[in-house]
Each structure stands twice: as C-alpha cells, then as structure tokens.
Design a protein around this ligand. Structure first.
Ligand SMILES: [Zn+2]
Length: 297
C-alpha cells in the first residue's frame, strides 16, 4: 500500500487527521486508518482547483430538477461540496430528502420560544435512519474503486442501510457482523430481506468491529463502518440541509445526538461552505451569533 506523505497533487484526496502526521493518500485506496500512524482519515480538497457554484442559491435551484437523481438526493444535491467521485459513479437511492421542521411541542418542553426550535427528521431516509447519508457516499467510493463486497459491524441501522444499497443497486454483496443478541430485530430483518450475508459472532459490538476489520483486510472486502472517511463526507450534508432551510443563516445552537467525532464533522460542515468559497447570496445577519454543537445524548 503506497503512501504519499504531503505530496498528493490530486484536487481531492484522503488525509490523516493527526496534525503532526497529515499523511495523504489518493482516492483510489480503501483505507480505514492512516498507514503511517494509525490515526483516522478525512477527505480533503484543494478548493483552488475545484469548481464550486457562484451562489448558495444554486443548490436550492436543484430542487426544481427532481427528475435528475443527483438533484433529487439531499446528499448529492451538494455534490460540488463533496467532489470525490465523478457523477456517473454516484450511487443514490433518493436519500437525504429531509427538511427542517418547526416543533413547538419540543420547544415548550425545553423552554424555548415557539417558532424557535426545529427538528431535522432523518427517519425519512429510505432505510429509516440518517445512516443513508453516509452510506451513499461510502458506497459510491466503493463502486468507484471497483469493490464487489462491502461489510460492516452493526447494532442495527448501519447494517440495514448497507443491505439496502447493495440490494437496490445490485452492485455488491453485503456482509454484516453482529454481536450475540446485540442487534435490533427490526433492523436485522431489513438486512436479511435485502439479501445481506449476516454473521453472528460471540461478543459485543466491539468484538464484531474488531473481527470485521480483520476479515475485510484479509479478504479485500470494502469496510463501511464510520472509520471509513467517505461515510462522514455524506453525513456532512445533513448540516448543509439544515443551513439551507434556515436561509443559510447559522442558528444559535445545533444539538446533535451522537459521538464526539460526529459532532466535529458536523461542525466542519457549518464552515464547509465558507471553505469551499461559495459566495453567500446575501450577508450573514447573524455574524455575532454563536455557532455551537452540543452533545445531546
Ligand atoms: Zn497519520
């Protein structure tokens, strides 16, 4: 496996998140950790060399082209902000068609004024969870590099999502590792219905994760757990949709259920639009607003 430390010349590449390492790898490699230091990887872009829309309004205009799969997808509608795969290689099943909805009931419960609290309901995704946002991105990368099998360890949602993409696209065989009794049976039935090969091992999720990493590396199976940097690329679009729904004005607070790593990636999304140097179609009225991500559970 070749390493190209600090010498990558592609406009999109993989990069180690450890600041004192920052090794880079080309997009053609299926990696779940840095070969130099073992750290997590991110997908990075040289925005000076990539085209981006002139205005954020260009993303909104794609809503009117819903007969085009890449415009209908709430992930790939933002393709210019995650340009790691050519459009013809993108695998989409219509994920990410979610929107921000006001919830005065929850606002009242937590002591927020009516009309000031919104929920981005990701349960409307094809497999029933937010995982489809990341899965379409990882699956697209897997397809781009010619993978024929994709695997994950899961307690439910990830396996259902992977099995759905494999079953609908018919591009890959899904292989799922679960711990003993450590899976939602509703989600397991989704995976089985879509033809996933499901392996139950003795132990919990961590044991299943360790085993799937070993097997994937030994047999050349594409691993789609969240150590896969492309999963996180897709998940960032949740925040793009939130910002778009708020007319690109950042809210005071963004409350995210999940792990610290996920919060970091979503926080990156808030600034991702600026990094990509897409012009705001109007100045930010809330320049003094706080931009915070809060761990909710
Ligand atoms: Zn590294």
């Amino acid at each position: 496996m070749s390493t190209s430390v600090q010498t990558n010349t592609d406009p999109a590449f993989q990069r180690c998140l450890a600041p004192d390492c920052a090794a880079t790898y080309d997009l053609g490699q299926a990696l779940t950790s840095c070969s130099e230091c073992g750290g997590l990887l991110d997908v990075a872009y040289d925005w000076d060399r990539l085209p981006v829309p002139k205005s954020l309004r260009d993303f909104e205009k794609k809503w009117s082209r819903r007969n085009e799969p890449l415009c209908r997808s709430g992930v790939w509608r933002f393709h210019e902000l995650l340009p790691f795969a050519p459009p013809e290689k993108v695998v989409t099943i219509g994920e990410g068609q979610t929107m921000l909805q006001p919830s005065d009931g929850v606002a009242s419960y937590v002591g927020v004024d009516p009309g000031r609290l919104f929920l981005e309901y990701e349960g409307l995704n094809p497999s029933g969870s937010f995982k489809d946002n990341g899965m379409t991105a990882a699956f697209t990368h897997a397809h781009t590099i010619g993978a024929k099998r994709a695997a994950c360890a899961s307690t439910g949602n990830t396996s259902a999502s992977l099995a759905l993409y494999c079953g609908v696209s018919k591009l890959m065989q899904a292989v799922i590792f679960i711990g003993t009794g450590k899976i939602s049976y509703g989600k397991l039935s989704q995976a089985l219905d879509y033809g996933a090969l499901t392996l139950q091992i003795a132990g919990d999720f961590d044991d299943a994760m360790q085993r799937v990493r070993q097997v994937s590396e030994q047999l050349g199976i594409y691993l789609v757990n969240s150590v896969n940097p492309f999963r996180l690329e897709g998940q960032k679009t949740i925040m793009y949709r939130v910002l778009e729904s708020l007319d690109w004005q950042p809210p005071d607070w963004i409350v995210v259920p999940g792990q610290p790593g996920q919060q970091q990636r979503l926080r990156q999304s808030v600034y991702g639009v600026a990094r990509a140097r897409v012009d705001r179609s109007h100045p930010a009225a809330g320049s003094h607003q706080r931009h915070r991500c809060q761990h909710a559970s």
